[in-house]
Design a protein. Structure first.
Length: 202
């Protein structure tokens, strides 16, 4: 029984092609080769084919592209799209919008300044999401929170609520908040360095 548990634990770990760091699957980004030999990001980690794993850092992906690591790892010629980082960012944005929408339907998300301010006054450990393109004056109206992110613009945030735009949104303390924060940090780390569990220099 113990050996079986150890095998299960090992299957949850993969090695980054660039750094050699071993980490859980959730801490890495998986890439696969499409039927037409394009390298594509597999955010849900369920596409068929041999997986290639990288830490979620822009520098790691850029180095993998520059050094031809994907082709070396898979041992055949592949095509790496020039916009592969944009593709990955776009997938994460869509995932976050979907997660916020699900939280809203479950009664765990509200938007609009008044509703957000009321929720913040009542809720313990909420996650505040603010539009990245909001004005400095508007973004400071709610003060500083321990858990707050700016991972979507006002249009993207509005999509989650079926509105043209939104500046403020709060996710009540729940598994939704944890998942959204996880993906928000992933997205921001592709755009700019943020503290990660994996801290290997490249």
């Amino acid at each position: 029984m113990q050996n079986r548990k150890n095998k299960v634990k090992l299957t949850q770990y993969r090695k980054c092609m660039i750094t050699g760091v071993r980490a859980t699957k959730s801490e890495l980004i998986r890439f696969v080769v499409s039927p037409n030999n394009f390298i594509i990001p597999d955010l849900k980690q369920n596409l068929p084919g041999r997986g290639m794993w990288l830490i979620p850092k822009k520098s790691a992906i850029e180095k993998a592209v520059r050094k031809g690591i994907f082709a070396k790892h898979i041992k055949k010629k592949v095509i790496v799209p020039e916009d592969i980082i944009w593709q990955l960012e776009n997938l994460i944005v869509k995932t976050i919008i979907s997660q916020i929408s699900l939280a809203r339907k479950a009664g765990k998300a509200v938007c609009g300044f008044k509703k957000v301010r009321m929720a913040l006054s009542k809720e313990k450990y909420p996650l505040l999401i603010q539009a990245s393109d909001g004005s400095p004056k508007e973004l400071t109206r709610l003060g500083k929170l321990e858990k707050s992110v700016k991972c979507l613009d006002s249009y993207e945030l509005g999509l989650a609520f079926g509105r043209e735009s939104a500046i403020h949104c709060v996710i009540l303390n729940s598994v939704f908040a944890q998942n959204i924060l996880f993906n928000a940090n992933r997205l921001n780390n592709l755009k700019k360095p943020l503290p990660q569990k994996i801290s290997t220099d490249i």
